[in-house]
Design a protein around this ligand. Structure first.
Ligand SMILES: *[C@@H]1O[C@H](CO)[C@@H](O)[C@H](O)[C@H]1NC(C)=O
Ligand SMILES: *[C@@H]1O[C@H](CO)[C@@H](O)[C@H](O)[C@H]1NC(C)=O
Ligand SMILES: *[C@@H]1O[C@H](CO)[C@@H](O)[C@H](O)[C@H]1NC(C)=O
Length: 419
């Protein structure tokens, strides 16, 4: 042993020493961590970019070797995020919860003088909701969470925990049993909107989000884009085309507990035309609306008549906003004679439809579910450069690396702005 020691060169001795120091640090660190375990800890997510040494800048640069690593990870299909109970546990001590990053988030003066509101309509995967919330969170903004009355008890407790711990996050005062393509989907957002109008925070714009959305812009970037709108809304609004049946016939609203995705059923009974001679337009459920517009919708009898008429239509969320922004005299009005506002023109949401791939954008590199792409890592660059504000759909179970890289790139942009 002694001989061996003598044979070692001074340089090597240095490295053995270093290794020893690192080892003791690790032991001390683990002991502290062990003690920390007595307190509720913030749940840990798998960090695959760390575990597999993935370089997000190289992903962004479309480096084939780096992209190959993400494919290998995806093929393992091994991503398991924290469950709802872990989120509930982590919010049992709010000081501890907030100290894991939320209390460090703050906006610049430029952002604080232009507060935003969010309506989050969510029903499952609390850890994913928390991740989305964290990505868009600013303590001077205001966030309404609408959970589904059908959601699990753990999910509901987790949402209540987030609302209890995080300042300016609250649960909608009225909750719906949300039915796919039903009126309740629209109602969920409306419930949040009226609560948001009552809030102390005098927000300028409101954006709605669902569980598989993710931001492509920092809060500061969003604020500067929204300032340029000068009071206009950002909503898709097109001619009805083949979608007239959605409101020409009365739809039967089935509400069943068991069928999670039961949707309104068409009948042969004709409906009356829309009230007040309103010209119909179609778009999507996603919106970015000015406070003045939301206030108008809340107060106007035309809006409430149109809303009541929409109750037995198919997917009213996809024509209510698209139509309302065209009504003569609304704040930020888009005249009904104006050209269509396609989803490519409306920056609110970047959705990749199978039918438009190759024509308008490169093919989906994730997986397609019901015609819509759940993005893959090879789309990181496209997503960030397209110019839209939010992506749909993003899911770590499909590609865990994409979401981590989006988070990393947004964090880099925030830092660049600070210096
Ligand atoms: C990540 O990749 C970029 C671009 O390929 C490269 O410039 C950078 O040095 C890499 N960073 C690390 C930590 O390897
Ligand atoms: C949550 O906390 C309870 C009680 O402390 C514990 O039994 C349970 O294992 C925890 N669950 C998770 C997922 O951490
Ligand atoms: C308008 O908003 C208030 C709260 O600000 C709410 O009580 C009321 O129900 C809303 N009305 C409509 C028609 O949404």
């Amino acid at each position: 042993m002694k001989n061996l020691w003598l044979h070692l060169k001074p340089k090597n001795i240095f490295f053995y020493f270093l290794a020893l120091v690192l080892l003791s640090c690790f032991v001390i660190f683990s002991t502290v961590n062990e003690r920390g375990r007595l307190k509720p800890r913030v749940f840990e997510r798998p960090r695959l970019t760390v575990q597999y040494k993935i370089n997000c800048t190289a992903i962004y640069e479309m480096d084939p070797v780096e992209l190959g690593k993400t494919l290998a990870i995806r093929n393992q299909k091994s991503y398991v995020g924290p469950n709802d109970e872990a989120v509930v546990n982590s919010t049992s001590d709010c000081d501890q919860f907030m100290s894991q990053g939320y209390d460090m988030i703050q906006g610049s003066e430029f952002e604080r003088e232009f507060p935003l509101a969010y309506s989050l309509v969510v029903h499952q995967d609390a850890a994913l909701v928390e991740r989305l919330l964290r990505a868009v969170y600013m303590p001077h903004n205001i966030y309404c969470i609408h959970y589904d009355l059908k959601s699990s008890d753990d999910f509901i407790s987790a949402m209540k925990g987030l609302a209890r711990c995080i300042p300016n996050v609250f649960i909608a005062s009225n909750l719906e049993r949300v039915q796919y393509a039903g009126f309740s989907r629209l109602k969920a957002d409306l419930n949040c909107l009226s609560d948001l109008l009552d809030s102390e925070v005098k927000w300028k714009y409101v954006i709605n989000l669902c569980g598989q959305d993710f931001p492509l812009r920092t809060n500061a970037e969003l604020v500067s884009d929204l300032k340029e709108l000068k009071g206009r809304n950002m909503v898709e609004s097109k001619w009805p085309g083949g979608k007239q049946w959605r409101w020409t016939y009365h739809h039967l609203l089935k509400d069943s507990n068991s069928e999670y995705y039961s949707s309104p059923v068409i009948t042969s009974e004709m409906k009356s035309p829309p009230p007040h001679n309103i010209a119909m337009f179609v778009g999507s459920a996603y919106f970015t609306l000015s406070r003045e517009f939301v206030f108008f919708v809340n107060q106007s009898s035309l809006a409430s008549d149109f809303l009541a008429w929409s109750e037995d239509t198919f997917s009213p969320d996809e024509h209510f906003w698209a139509t309302m922004i065209r009504v003569s005299g609304v704040p930020g009005e888009v005249p009904s004679s104006d050209p269509e506002i396609s989803e490519l023109a409306s920056k609110t949401r970047l959705v990749k439809w199978w039918s438009l791939e190759e024509r308008f954008y490169p093919p989906c590199t994730g997986v397609r579910v019901r015609e819509v792409c759940i993005y893959g890592s090879a789309e990181l660059r496209w997503l960030l450069n397209y110019g839209h504000w939010f992506a749909n759909k993003v899911d770590p179970k499909v590609d865990p690396v994409l979401m981590e890289c989006l988070e990393e790139k947004l964090a880099e942009k925030r830092l660049q702005r600070e210096v």
